[in-house]
Design a protein around this ligand. Sequence first.
Ligand code: SAH
Length: 348
Amino acid sequence: MSQKPNIRSYTLDQLTGFFVQHGEKAFRAKQVYEWLWKKNVRNFDEMTNLSKDLRQFLEANFSIPYIKIRKFQRSTDGTIKNAVGLKDDLVVESVLIPANKRTTACVSSQVGCSLDCKFCATARLKRMRNLTPDEIVDQVVEANKQSLEYYGHPLTNIVFMGMGEPLLNYDNVMSAIEKITSEKALGMAARRITISTSGIPKNIRRMADEQTKVGLAVSLHSAIDEIRTEIMPVNKRQGGLKELLSALQYWYQKTKRKVTFEYLVFKGINDDEKSIKALVDFAKKVPSKVNLIEYNPIDDSDRFQQADESVLEAYKKALGRAGIMATVRRSKGQDIDAACGQLANKFE
Ligand code: SAH
């Protein structure tokens, strides 16, 4: 790893300060920033509107680390999975999911995860560290290139549903989103970005206060505290469903945006009438829609099994009667372990 500081960890203001301090014109910082974030060049020599001296000066003072795609896999359904090598050789995974004219990049926010959700493969990996903003942005840049190359159009959507809990890496995730949406950088629309969280009430409130323009999805999976805590221990640590609900109501009040609940239905765990009623009651308390997602088996144990289709129908019907929109999300990329909850760096 290079010892020189990462130039992409500097804000435009910091870069400008550095340039002025070294007797360069302030607008040079802006040019460099554009090369780094808009044109995404990876070495100083490509910054052709700078003098050779300035390029050499930058080269001597900074590095431009960049992720490396260590392994590329393409599913029979078109889904792409990348094993993404980071500056320190740790690895995360990112996924690209095509659907008609839409391509969604599913990006990671942490190496491993600290949450221990019982049904998720990433939980088996120890949380090693947070991703830096540039490592998050790079996944999007690569996904956009791949979308153009393999599907013939640019990336349309981004979801923070890869490895890690985005709201436990709040500052870096928000700084990456700023880069992804800023006209000075990638310039994508914030409303095409969704943060998926297991529910960190404090940071949901913070997001609401900061008027972040992104969508919010919450991995609920049960609206009964005991069951949710059993399959997602983070539930209890974060004050249970009561705290979560109150933060979500706050979110809606501030942003006027509906929350999406992600919900897995497991045989013998939450496939009964009581669970259905609890979800309907919970979802009625905050403007929301429900995404019933298909469980992707992560090992051979039979603790978790996808519930019968008839139970999904019962959920849909009950939610529909209460005026809550519910959709079923079919799984993609299972053959390459790229589906939700399957990201576990198996290539190693
Ligand atoms: N930590 C964040 C984002 C990563 S998980 C969160 O909890 O939302 C992305 C989504 O995949 C979540 O809704 C999660 O509950 C779901 N998921 C985890 N394991 C899964 C599995 N085995 N099958 C299907 N979905 C799974």
